[in-house]
Design a protein around this ligand. Structure first.
Ligand code: ADE
Ligand code: ZN
Length: 326
């Protein structure tokens, strides 16, 4: 089989996907129309043309503005269904999707609309395609810990349908320590924990995600490579890194995919995975990320299969479900 078919055919989990980042410009226009909102863009091409970023904050400003078209339960349902349909075509058998409730509740959208729309799509996707999924509720790190606590309180009646809490948005200047207590509270409620760390932030933020937030996975983790002791620790703990190659390229974490460290991570024994982060903004879904990185770094089929296996073993699926996919 050719490489495209090989990549698509690998059973894989997607572990780093912001559902708001899967909002394609076509759906953005459709939802704006349905909700009687106007967009600051003439058409879909103008939206895509605006997607040129020189760093994380550039992207976040546009991404939060785009999310403003999401108002109803149906909007969140349609957003997630579009993602699941696309992910299934890429061979994704399980997806752990992040959502940013504060992006929506700050605009007056009830927390219930967000989570009920996502949960109904998750159930429909499983029924229609057999794909399983889990929710990761992410706190926006540019907001306060008090606001994160308020979000955790709003989630109280849905905690049995939320697998983990996460930490995203502007990294530098908002270290993990800021969220120590709310992560401890989430852990006490039985939630797992993930955090973006080492995307733009220094290796110290990755150490702090481990020591202070007690995370089960590191989202990105690229800059951990600057610290040999940290690498040794991540390898020793079998810590999964959810790496996002096309995101790294678009947000200038790497200058070219030819310099992407994914193969160095594997060679060091790091439990790296490949994910799409915000596929509508970064030019590709998960299989596109596998393809792009395979081409740029000359990955073997064994490397690609390892990355896919890592995604399943690094997921929050129970061991028997992981084994069934391997
Ligand atoms: N929110 C959505 N995508 C993100 C990323 N790559 N880093 C931080 N916050 C995000
Ligand atoms: Zn992310």
């Amino acid at each position: 089989v050719d490489l495209d078919a090989f990549i698509t055919g690998l059973p894989k989990a997607e572990l780093h996907l912001h559902i708001e980042g899967s909002l394609e410009p076509e759906l953005m226009f459709a939802l704006a129309g349905r909700n009687g909102l106007s967009l600051p863009y003439a058409d879909v091409e103008a939206v895509r043309a605006a997607y040129a970023f020189s760093n994380l904050q550039d992207f976040l400003d546009i991404y939060y503005a785009g999310a403003a078209v999401l108002l109803t339960r149906q909007d969140f349902h349609d957003l997630a269904m579009a993602y699941f349909d696309r992910a299934v075509a890429d061979g994704v058998v399980h997806a752990e999707i992040m959502f940013d409730p504060q992006t929506h509740t700050a605009r007056g959208v009830p927390f219930a609309f967000v989570i009920e729309g996502l949960l109904s799509a998750m159930a429909e996707a499983q029924e229609r395609h057999g794909i399983t999924s889990a929710l990761i509720m992410s706190f926006l790190r540019h907001l306060s810990e008090e606001e994160a606590f308020a979000t955790l309180a709003e989630a109280e009646s849905w905690l049995d349908r939320i697998a983990a809490v996460g930490l995203d948005s502007s990294e530098v200047g908002h270290p993990p320590e800021k969220f120590a207590r709310v992560f401890a509270a989430a852990a006490a409620k039985g939630l797992k924990r993930v955090a973006h760390a080492g995307e733009e932030g220094p290796p110290a933020y990755v150490h702090a995600a481990l020591d202070v937030l007690h995370v089960d996975r590191i989202d990105h983790g690229n800059r951990a490579l600057e610290d040999a002791d940290l690498v040794e620790r991540l390898v020793g703990e079998g810590m999964t890194l959810t790496v996002c190659p096309l995101s790294n390229l678009k947000l200038c974490v790497v200058d070219t995919l030819d310099h992407h460290p994914i193969d160095r991570m594997l060679a060091l024994g790091l439990h790296a995975t490949v994910n799409s982060d915000d596929p509508a903004y970064f030019g590709g879904y998960v299989a596109d990320n596998y393809r792009a990185i395979a081409r740029a770094r000359g990955l073997s089929r064994a490397d690609l299969a390892q990355l896919a296996r890592n995604s399943l073993t690094g997921s929050f699926l129970p061991a028997d479900a992981v084994a069934a996919h391997l």
